[in-house]
Design a protein around this ligand. Structure first.
Ligand code: DQA
Length: 151
């Protein structure tokens, strides 16, 4: 289902992802958050989407963005970062996006399943339309393509 107003997609990033390029470049790469933003906007435009890229270290802000996406029927690409592993509040909010009839794709730059034990659990995956891991920033392109396929 297409969102009612524009073909908008919200790309939401959780805690510490604003530090891309500086934070563990061996794991997350050397490209910074602004590059991620530019790439997502370009990849989205190629698919006919207006992409808005956001980042927050704040769980409440992320939850409120899910409410906004549900209310406006806007598909979501989300890298929940560390919230992935324990935020039932964000999982409940993500569920509302799916209940609104729009897709929510979960993305991880690294492959959490191949890392620390605490990263092997995602409380978001059970309520996501699909999950893409381990593909670096390219994973966001794959997630946007998945949204294009689904709407
Ligand atoms: C991450 C993986 C998470 O385990 C971690 O807490 C992050 C980033 C990723 O993109 O690979 O902050 O979501």
């Amino acid at each position: 289902m297409e969102n009612q107003h524009t073909k908008k997609v919200l790309v939401v990033n959780g805690p510490n992802l604003g530090r891309l390029g500086v934070r563990q470049p061996d794991v997350y790469g050397s490209e910074n958050f602004e590059t991620l933003r530019e790439k997502c906007e370009k990849w989205g435009a190629e698919l006919g989407f207006e992409v808005e890229v956001r980042q927050s270290d704040d769980e409440a802000q992320m939850v409120h963005w899910m409410h906004e996406a549900a209310d406006t029927h806007t598909p979501v690409v989300m890298n929940p970062a560390a919230f992935t592993h324990y935020s039932y509040a964000l999982a409940d909010a993500a569920h509302m996006v799916l209940d609104a009839g729009v897709p929510l794709m979960e993305v991880h730059i690294s492959n959490p399943a191949a890392r620390d034990a605490f990263r092997k659990i995602s409380v978001i995956s059970p309520v996501a339309t699909g999950t893409i891991t381990g593909m670096g920033l390219y994973g966001y392109k794959l997630a946007l393509e998945a949204v294009a396929h689904l709407v």
